[in-house]
Write a protein that binds this ligand. Structure first.
Ligand code: NAD
Length: 372
């Protein structure tokens, strides 16, 4: 199959879908890989490195017109719409539920599309979201380390274990992929780390590999108040359903926090688990509410574009290879977990979430594969 790796056009997006090492694997499987010139520059990968791995370096027009499978990172932008067609395959983070115009294009063109964010593993987790979540958690701790410094407007506390000084207390709400990423770094720096979660089994599992300076608390009001009072940093890592109007941490609760304490809201749902959260950007990342510094950047991994590209490319490669090796239909038929990621095929919308949200006709992918 001819695979096309495109340069992302979203502002401030530096990631690339495939890195030279994964291009080499695709070539070894007998595929022809086109890489748009400059696609890897934002992640530190030159055209020469891709060429050495066996790719054909070409301009955007050539990649879009030659490739059978478009391998990308972000959703489609209007300039990219014209390339969608019945005989093409799109593999990327699509987020069709949030982009009705993009959904129109996908359906009208008849393109076959798979969204990273909906592919599942056998445990019902999302293997193509996990790598970015880990980076977001780690980046959240690093943001705390940065903004705690007096030269950056913080309390002047070094978030590490320094002899003769009380170790800072870092509380993490939600011990999922993001929370564990944050906990791993915060603990390695010697902080006193607390993870609050509602899932005891998950906490028992995490306890096996995290060091002794991480303790685990059931997430209830009493434990949350204790963490609010005692923490130097509160890191929020739970997904808050959009329909919920209540909060876990209310504006009023910020008065319990220590002077100089901060909130890192990695989940960054506006007025979500943290009432005072509003998402921010890398250009303008922090603000204060009730005297508490808030950091709520909604695309933390893009700050670590090279690491993000490598980890994302490693995670997506096995799925892209299944599609390229077997063809789209056979890959969907053989792997029901990859099939969960199918957004559309031949003008039929197979992602239920988007059909419900945008009031469109839904085609059950499990039925579609019997008759296509
Ligand atoms: N800012 C960014 O750049 C960025 C990047 C990646 C992910 N995220 C966001 O981070 C959030 C977490 O992602 P994840 O992959 O870790 O999710 P996850 O599902 O792996 O983890 C969420 C955890 O929260 C726990 N939880 C649920 N309700 C809770 C409660 N009331 N109290 C305490 N814990 C509770 C769950 O048991 C689970 O362990 C999501 O909202 C995601 O969209 C943000």
């Amino acid at each position: 199959m001819k695979i096309g790796v495109l340069k992302e056009i979203k502002p401030n997006e530096y990631r690339v879908a495939a890195v030279p090492a994964t291009v080499m694997e695709m070539v070894r499987h007998g595929h022809t890989v086109y890489v748009e010139s400059g696609a890897g520059v934002g992640s530190g990968f030159s055209d020469a490195a891709y060429a050495e791995a066996g790719a054909i370096i070409a301009d955007a027009e050539t990649v879009w017109s030659e490739a059978d499978l478009y391998y990308k990172v972000k959703e489609l932008f209007p300039q990219e719409y014209k390339w969608m067609a019945k005989d093409k395959i799109l593999v990327t983070y699509i987020h069709s539920n949030a982009h009705p115009e993009e959904t129109d294009v996908l359906l009208e063109s008849g393109v076959a599309a798979v969204a990273y964010e909906d592919v599942e593993d056998a445990q019902g987790r999302f293997p193509l979201l996990r790598p970015m979540s880990e980076l977001a958690g780690k980046g959240g701790f690093l943001a705390a380390l940065h903004y705690a410094q007096s030269v950056h407007g913080g309390s002047g506390m070094l978030l590490a274990n320094v002899a003769g000084v009380d170790a800072p207390v870092i509380s993490i709400i939600g011990g999922g992929n993001v929370g564990l990423g944050a906990a791993e770094l915060a603990a390695a720096f010697g902080n006193t780390v607390r993870i609050l979660d509602v899932n005891m089994d998950a906490m028992l599992e995490s306890k096996k590999y995290l060091p002794g300076n991480v303790s685990f608390l059931i997430s209830n009001r009493a434990n949350l108040e204790k963490c609010l009072r005692e923490s130097d940093v509160l890191i929020n890592c739970i997904l808050w359903p959009k329909h919920r109007k209540d909060h876990l941490v209310y504006r009023e609760d910020l008065k319990m926090m220590k002077e100089g304490a901060m909130i890192i809201d990695v989940a960054c749902d506006d007025e979500g688990a943290i009432e005072t959260c509003r998402s921010t950007t890398h250009d303008d990342p922090v603000y204060r509410e009730e005297g508490i510094l808030h950091y709520c950047v909604d695309n933390i991994p893009s700050a670590f574009s090279r690491t993000a590209s490598v980890t994302l490319a490693n995670a997506t490669l096995p799925y892209v290879l299944q599609i390229a090796d077997k063809g789209f239909k056979k890959a969907m038929e053989d792997n029901h977990l990859l099939r969960k990621g199918m957004t559309c095929y031949g003008g039929k919308l197979t992602l239920k979430e988007t059909a419900l949200k945008q009031d469109r006709v839904w085609t059950d992918p499990n039925e579609l594969i019997k008759v296509w």
